[in-house]
Structures are given as C-alpha cells and as structure tokens.
Design a protein around this ligand. Sequence first.
Ligand SMILES: *[C@@H]1O[C@H](CO)[C@@H](O)[C@H](O)[C@H]1NC(C)=O
Ligand SMILES: *[C@@H]1O[C@H](CO)[C@@H](O)[C@H](O)[C@H]1NC(C)=O
Length: 341
Amino acid sequence: MARKRQRMRGVMGLQWPLVLLLFCPHVHTEPITLGIAVGTAAVLTGYLSYPRFYCYWSECCEPELPLNQTALLADLRQKFFGQHLAQEVIYRAVLGFMNNKNPKKPLALSLHGWTGTGKNFVSKIISDNIYKQGFNSKFVHLFVATHHFPHDSKVQQYKDQLHMWIRGNVTLCPRNLFIFDEMDKMQPGLIDAIKPFLDYYDNIDGVSYRNSIFVFLSNAGGDLITRKVLEFWKAGKQREDLQLKDMESVISLGVFNNQNSGFWHSSLIDKNLIDFFVPFLPLEYRHVKQCVIAEMQHRRIPIDMELVEKVTREMTYYPKEEKLFSDKGCKTVSAKLDFYL
Ligand SMILES: *[C@@H]1O[C@H](CO)[C@@H](O)[C@H](O)[C@H]1NC(C)=O
Ligand SMILES: *[C@@H]1O[C@H](CO)[C@@H](O)[C@H](O)[C@H]1NC(C)=O
C-alpha cells in the first residue's frame, strides 16, 4: 500500500510541467520547456502503460491468473450448504478448466434446481474465485431472461445484441464469465444464438472463445430432482449417498421432456455443448439452519440459537405430509432475519 502510494505521488509530481504547458499558451515557444514537457509526457506514458499502475485504477484482463484451489474448495465447503453433488462437480469442472492451458472449448455448466438452492450463489463463488473484483468484475456478465430479453417479438434484436456483446467482450479479454439466469424462460432462438460460441472452434472470425465460461441456470428438472431425493429419503438412505449418476438421467429427462424449458429446441444438448449438468438438491431444515447461522456470521452478530431456530421454522416446508424441504431454499433467510432483528 505504502509503495503504491509513493509511486502515485511520483507520477502526480511529474504531471505539473505538463499541466503548466497546457495552461500557458506562450510557453510552448520555448524549446527547453518543450523538451521537458515531451520528456515528462514520455515518462508519464511509460508509467501509465506500466501494468501494475494501470491495474490499480482499472481492472485488467488477466487470463493467466492462476486459480487458488484451496480457496475455491473452502468457499464451496464452507459457504454453500446441502449440495454435495454440485460442490464436487463445480470444483472439478472449474479447476480442470482453469488449469488447462489450451482448452478445446469454453466451459459450459448447466445448473438445475429449485429457487433458493444456491445456483446464483455458486455463480458468485465462481466469479469471486476467478476475478479479483468477483461478481462486480467487468468480465462477469449476468443475463436474466425475463429482465434482459422480455419480449418475444424482439428475439432477433436480442440475438444480434447478445452476439455483439459476447464477441465484443471476448475480443477485449479472452477470460469472461457469462451467466444466463432463468434459462427455462428464455426463447429457444436466443439459446441457439449462443451456440456457436460454445462449440469446438479454434476461433470465429479471429476471436477465440475457448477461455471463457458460460453458466446456465434453470429450474428445469427441479421437480424431478426433488422426487428423487424424496425417494431416497423414504428408502431410509442418506442424502449424501446420492451419486451424480443417480441424478444424470433425472436431469436430462427433465430437460428434454419439459417443452417450456427453452432447452427443448436447443442444439446445445444435441451437440453435447454443455460440459456438465449440475443438480441442486432441495434444502432441508438443517441446511436452512446453516444458512441462517452463516448469514448471522456474515453480519457479525452473535449467534443466538433460539433466533436461528425461530427463523428456520418460519420457512415453509413441503411436501405436505413429510414437510422435508424448504420451498424457497435459503432465499428469504436474509429478509426473515431482518424482521427479527
Ligand atoms: C489460497 O487461499 C488460501 C485460503 O483462502 C490462502 O490461505 C492462501 O494464502 C491462498 N494462496 C495464494 C497463493 O494466494
Ligand atoms: C460487454 O457486455 C456488456 C453486457 O454485459 C455490454 O453492455 C457491453 O457493451 C459489452 N462490451 C462490448 C465491448 O461489447
């Protein structure tokens, strides 16, 4: 910090002759002053193109920045509850992709599950681990179907726009993260517009997309995932013993059979452009409780177990008889906590 400030002060000091030159029109007739000014400008330009100085002011594109494996694992384990399958898949997928110096295609993850199960949250964890500015990075782009592409009649316009944005951003920096939320509400045509970017091309018109990451979030398959977890529970088995292979068939059925899912006509799946389907399981009472505790820790308020139980009980649980899963997952925990504080 101190060093950085010193370097800045050095630069500020050098600016004065240049400023004087700009504000005193008669000065530039004097060769010596002009010489100093030119020299100053050269030094300044040198400083400004010096990456660390520049990156202090404006976020830089750093595609080769290594991923901190320990930090990613810790985030997935400690901040993210009840999702042993998603934890494992996302960790392996992101790590493998980031460590691959020459990926054949961009990474495409499709996250499935009900609201509140952590799909958005895990997208934040991924961005926090890839970019210094995390979710606020200019290299992270979130598109919400109903917000960004609401009108069916404007599909062509959205398609062109999306195409231009993805291309423009990847031209500026090869490592971008594109998150598409509410895929189940997205017009099929739009998804097809993204398709060429996900494919195994070296480059498209001179731009290579192979270092970017695409994350698709959707509720499609959520009901089938729930049914499977419930079945498992009724059979007296541990939720943590659920394996990815138990879920894979469930998700693909859900996605293919749900004609409204947006994926339906899509050639993303036909052409195997999605690298990983990630199931998000419905959250139980104990997981909601963990969310409440995490939220209290985040706000630096002392953990009061009575309050934790109270907030957790406030959530509604389904199915009607078993009352096993929270219908909004952990989504409203923060608001419920506000109410009691
Ligand atoms: C990686 O993350 C861990 C845990 O957050 C931290 O202790 C460690 O210093 C980090 N390593 C590097 C090289 O930044
Ligand atoms: C990058 O994407 C954003 C949307 O996230 C868009 O507004 C912006 O114009 C794009 N930049 C370029 C250079 O295309």
